[in-house]
Design a protein around this ligand. Structure first.
Ligand code: SF4
Length: 330
């Protein structure tokens, strides 16, 4: 089996909630509450869930753009959870992020050339002439002419701006790209072009991807495995094909039922979930999904299901698949 590039164990992020005159901590928002997974070299792991499920916080914690409250992160076998800021900055050469809104993440006052050159300057790569050459080459790689180097972000379309965002992430030739909803802000017609580009670049640059999205339809094509998050925890994680053909967790089943199927002869019943996603500052006891789950049982209200392997390589946190009493009461 290919070795892991990144591995996280029981990762948590609890943001303090302050209140009162003295600004005391009155509670915590459990944005991420104990997530574990690993990503193999060359693999694409999709992470999916509704907004507020903790997927973006998880992505940012991997790069330590947000500091974890608990848990560990290993990159190439090395524990980077407590790496100094200086060492972490150096490591970001290998780990880059592509953001959802390319316009917000590109400095509007800088030319594309300056935007793409910056990561090379930060990491001390090449002299001025070499850097300019690399910028030109990368623009061509992402499907933009090098002629655009002197233009500003506002002179591009949304799809072109995302290509610039991708080019910027690739400038240091990273090993891992964390793409946080990279196509959500784009027109549907442009989305597939950007997804195809990401796939081509993965092969060309031997990249490993963590691809964060709120829609199972978007990650299906690009992901080898998919993890589904709900209220700060992983509900299900499996090979992409298995997850789409035979989802085990009731939440995944509901999400999948809303994904349109291109075959008009194939009808699938849409599962409508009751209510809204609860607040992560006050998550329901037991299984966090029990307030909305169509299969909720008595046990679900008090006991948190363990995230365990229900079938080879297929993990799920749900009492419907618990075989023993090794359930934790968290
Ligand atoms: Fe539904 Fe219970 Fe499974 Fe949670 S543990 S998903 S409430 S059946």
């Amino acid at each position: 089996m290919t070795e892991s590039l990144i591995e996280i164990q029981d990762l948590k992020k609890h943001f303090p909630l302050t209140g009162g005159v003295f600004g005391k901590t009155v509670g915590h928002v459990k944005a991420v509450d104990g997530v574990s997974f690993s990503v193999r070299k060359g693999e694409t792991l999709g992470i999916v869930g509704e907004s507020g499920c903790g997927k973006s916080t998880t992505g940012r914690m991997l790069l330590r753009l947000i500091e974890p409250s608990e848990g560990s992160i290993k990159f190439e076998g090395k524990d980077i959870t407590n790496l100094s800021k200086k060492d972490m900055r150096a490591l970001r050469r290998d780990m880059q992020m592509v953001f959802q809104d390319p316009f917000a993440s590109l400095n509007p006052r800088h030319t594309v050339e300056k935007i793409l050159e910056e990561p090379l300057i930060v990491h001390g790569i090449g002299n001025a002439a070499e850097r300019k050459q690399k910028v030109k080459e990368m623009l061509e790689v992402v499907g933009l002419s090098s002629y655009y180097a002197k233009r500003y972000p506002h002179q591009f379309s949304g799809g072109q701006r995302q290509r610039i965002g991708i080019a910027r992430a690739l400038m240091t030739r990273p090993k891992l790209i964390i793409a946080d909803e990279p196509v959500s802000a784009l027109d549907v017609s442009i989305q597939s072009q950007v997804l195809n580009l990401l796939e081509d670049l993965q092969k060309e640059f031997d990249l490993t991807y963590i691809f964060i999205a709120h829609d199972l339809g978007v990650v299906r094509h690009i992901s080898d495995r998919v993890g589904v998050m709900y209220l700060g925890r992983m509900a299900e994680l499996s090979d992409s094909d298995k997850l789409y053909e035979k989802p085990l967790h009731p939440y995944t089943q509901a999400l999948l039922s809303a994904v349109p199927i291109p075959d008009p002869d194939f009808k699938r019943e849409t599962i409508l979930l009751q209510g809204d996603i609860p607040s992560p500052s006050n998550p329901p006891k037991g299984c966090a999904f029990h307030t909305r789950c169509p299969h909720s049982m008595e046990v679900c209200k008090s006991i948190t299901p363990v995230f365990q392997e229900a079938e080879p390589g297929h993990y799920v946190a749900c009492h419907l698949y618990s075989e023993d009493s090794s359930m934790t009461n968290k």
